[in-house]
Design a protein around this ligand. Structure first.
Ligand code: EPZ
Length: 429
């Protein structure tokens, strides 16, 4: 299994190109199941999760062609996928595939909407909490699907097709909103999603669905309205830049010091995180090419942060912020409100000499003047990258084990960081 070795202490200087957002690319690929015409997606990141979803969609009979690089394309440019779900040969998504990636459960929405039936294994995914699917099932039931659970599978049937309805989510859920949105595009009549997630990835998917002929208004607000249509058609769409990757590299620069241009980043996608970084002592400048982040000389100031749905501080940047705060001058407090078990990085950060105590949902981080490199490993994607951030500022060598989590969500992480001066390399085997 591959590992990453980092020798800490180098500042970061240069440019990091930001890839397309994983958490938009995945639902966009799934949305291709809604039409028998081709959906072309540009700027799709080259990630293990994307490759796995290609296999899962292939199992349903979806044809995916990945266009090669064109002359003039930058080496970091995302790939273009031509996705054609002309014929759906199987409406079952098996355990072996769905258990590897939670988001693949979302195929249930286009399958029930277009084929009026679906059998999808209950999902797996990162070890960050129980992560149920009750609200996704509730949304499909509201749209008229009959749902049973048998042998670990969710079996959905809607013999006459789905019918528009009001879906009021009792809590903000990204997965629930994606599923309701996709399913409602082909439902008869009007659907209203109340307390919808406002994440930029929801807006990106809604934009793409509208290009495919859907009638969606209000995406990006807590109330989304969908007028169902009989059929969707092909379209071409560019995946928006990854705000979590952007925030992760911004935290890495704040940790290591230096100055880096995050090329292609869009500040409005992560304003809450940029505000926290400014409070922590980083200098952020927005320019035509994206965001420049710098920390020269000044130390890291402690912050108090609570994760929240968009536009709040994202849970997907909580571990990275905690890594940064291990070197702050004073005590920081980070409260996690989205996932109940998303503190698996705490014990790993302690291996560097970090001082973190947990009290329920809140972590208190007492900044230390020095971190020491150590062998570490992590159980989820964002936790893994928090260890890389800590390692960049730690004295000596860190070996990050089990990096398949990193490959799920960060494209060419070691190349992007080493191009800016980090001493980081992948060790194969
Ligand atoms: C998405 O997960 C992201 N995944 C996560 O990113 C992200 O952390 C999360 O949204 C929050 O922003 C993708 O987009 C592929 P939720 P999702 O439904 O949709 C509870 C990463 O590292 N809930 O908004 O699964 C749930 O347990 C990943 O890239 C129910 O109770 O998150 C959680 O407490 C990790 N019942 C809360 O809602 C349900 O039926 C929010 O979950 C569904 C969710």
């Amino acid at each position: 299994m591959d590992r990453i070795r980092i020798i800490g202490g180098n500042e970061l200087r240069g440019t990091i190109p930001i890839s397309g957002a994983k958490n938009a690319a995945l639902p966009l690929m799934i949305a291709a199941l809604l039409t028998d015409e081709t959906l072309i997606l540009d700027n799709v990141p080259r990630l293990a999760d994307v490759a796995l979803l290609q296999r899962i969609l292939g199992n349903h009979g979806v044809d995916i062609m990945s266009a090669g690089k064109r002359p003039g394309d930058h080496e970091y440019q995302g790939q273009t996928l031509h996705i054609s779900a002309k014929t759906i040969v199987d409406t079952t998504a098996p355990y072996e595939l769905v258990s590897k990636m939670r988001a693949s459960f979302w195929v249930i929405a286009p399958l029930i909407a277009r084929m009026h039936e679906a059998k999808v294994s209950l999902p797996g995914g990162c070890a960050i909490g129980t992560r149920p699917v009750d609200l996704l099932i509730m949304a499909l039931e509201r749209l008229g699907a009959e749902i049973t659970i048998d042998g670990g599978y969710v079996i959905a049937k809607a013999p006459g097709g789905l019918k528009g309805a009001t879906i009021a989510f009792p809590k903000v859920t990204v997965s629930g909103t994606h599923v309701a949105l996709m399913a409602a595009t082909l439902a008869r009549g009007t659907t209203i999603i109340d307390n919808a997630a406002c994440e930029p990835e929801i807006v990106d998917v809604a934009d793409c669905l509208n290009k495919m002929g859907a009638k969606i208004t209000g995406a990006g607000t807590p109330r989304i309205t969908i007028e169902g249509v009989a059929k969707l058609h092909g379209a071409r769409h560019t995946v928006l830049p990854d705000r979590i990757e952007t925030g992760t590299y911004a935290m890495a620069v704040a940790m290591a010091g230096g100055e880096v241009q995050l090329s292609g980043a869009r500040p409005e996608l992560l304003q809450a995180a940029l505000d926290v970084l400014t409070a922590a002592g980083a200098t952020i400048t927005v320019n035509n090419d994206g965001i420049k982040i710098a920390r020269n000389g000044a130390g890291i100031s402690p912050v108090t942060v609570t994760t929240a749905p968009f536009p709040g501080f994202p849970t997907d940047l909580q571990a990275q912020l905690m890594a940064l705060m291990t070197r702050a001058k004073g005590a920081s407090h980070i409260t996690e409100t989205i996932f109940e078990n998303r503190f698996m990085h705490v014990q790993e950060l302690a291996r560097f000499g970090a001082k973190i105590s947990l009290d329920g949902e809140t972590a208190t981080i007492d900044g230390v003047s020095k971190l020491r490199g150590a062998p570490v490993m992590a159980t989820d994607l964002r936790a893994s990258v928090s260890l890389v951030i800590a390692a960049l500022a730690a004295e000596g060598e860190t070996m990050v084990n089990r990096i398949y989590h990193l490959d799920r969500g960060f494209e060419r992480l070691e190349e992007k960081l080493s191009a800016c001066g980090a001493n980081i390399e992948r060790i194969s085997g």
